[in-house]
Design a protein around this ligand. Structure first.
Ligand code: SAM
Length: 288
């Protein structure tokens, strides 16, 4: 498969271009072919797939993607990496490289332009300083997606996957699970990267729901309620919602909704399932 997934070849190309790692861009390049194979298998890429790669680095994962996908679009913020990518990807005619900031480009328009608005697979070893905004952007901006397979901090992967009652459960778990089904495909130790990150990583696969799992009448109210409930973890749900700036429900209305749903008044957000949050949101809508 690729040629770069080992320390020797990675160091060789970095030295050739006198490349200096930029900490501010979260640059930890993969140097383990075994892990690269796992990412590609978890993404289940076929020759029909269009893949969007965020942060190709020196093209280590990109080479694998080019060999399995129909087409690859790789978006890299660091302009110093562009000439390197031109060299390492020179043998592939199914890849486009854009020198852009993923948080500033309009991903939905790129999907329109490059893939006729048909669903794309996102595959990436993400820069960890912006993991959450990237994931939420993909879902909230309704980018047509057929799968998302990303390397992220292990701690964030555990939070995404968590269910009610566990200490990792929170707004991120609910937000992601509203859009997709998470599955942790691999845990990856720091020695698989250059330079080594301080923390453990995980490959997580998010399969977007074909249809929303619940009927939500007002998504923005649902997300405000979720944020309100986890804003101050120790507060009860009633106080969390009542005190949240931007929401103006009376305590009686909130308690009335909980009573109608048979939920105890002293419950905390961390004990509620996504389905219960949706129920509360749909019931509270009449007081909104
Ligand atoms: N894919 C490569 C690999 O696996 O070896 C590199 C992964 S490295 C963890 C993250 C990459 O994302 C770096 O190449 C970094 O320059 C790039 N990056 C960081 N911030 C970015 C942004 N806002 N938009 C696009 N790329 C970004």
């Amino acid at each position: 498969m690729g040629t770069l997934g080992n320390p020797k070849n990675t160091i060789e190309i970095l030295n050739k271009y006198s490349f200096a790692f930029q900490k501010k861009f979260g640059q930890n390049f993969l140097i383990d072919n075994h892990v690269l194979g796992k990412i590609v298998r978890a993404a289940d890429i076929t020759e029909d797939d269009f893949v969007l790669e965020i942060g190709p680095g020196i093209g280590t994962l990109t080479q694998y993607l080019c060999e399995s996908a129909r087409e690859v679009l790789a978006i890299e913020i660091d302009k110093k990496l562009i000439p390197i990518l031109q060299e390492t990807l020179a043998d592939y005619d199914n890849v486009s490289i854009l020198n852009e900031d993923i948080l500033k480009v309009d991903i939905a328009s790129l999907v329109k332009e490059y893939n006729n608005n048909k669903p794309v697979k996102v595959v990436a070893n993400l820069p960890y300083y912006i993991t959450t905004p990237i994931i939420m952007d993909l879902f909230e901006k309704h980018v047509p997606l057929s799968g998302v397979t990303i390397m992220i901090q292990k701690e964030v992967a555990d939070r995404i996957k968590a269910g009610p009652g566990s200490k990792e459960y929170g707004a991120l778990s609910l937000a992601v699970q509203y859009y997709a089904k998470p599955y942790i495909a691999a845990n990856v130790p720091p020695n698989c990267f250059m330079p080594r990150p301080k923390i453990g990583s995980a490959v997580i696969n998010l399969t977007p729901h074909q249809t929303p799992p619940f009927n939500v009448e007002n998504e923005s109210l649902l997300f405000s309620l979720i944020r309100a409930s986890f804003n101050q973890r120790r507060k009860t749900l009633v106080n969390g919602i009542y005190n949240y700036e931007g929401l103006h429900f009376s305590k009686e209305d909130i308690i009335g909704v909980l009573d109608a749903m048979g939920i105890p008044n002293n419950i905390r957000g961390e004990a509620l399932s996504l389905e219960q949050f949706v129920g509360i949101s749909n019931h509270l809508l009449k007081y909104f």
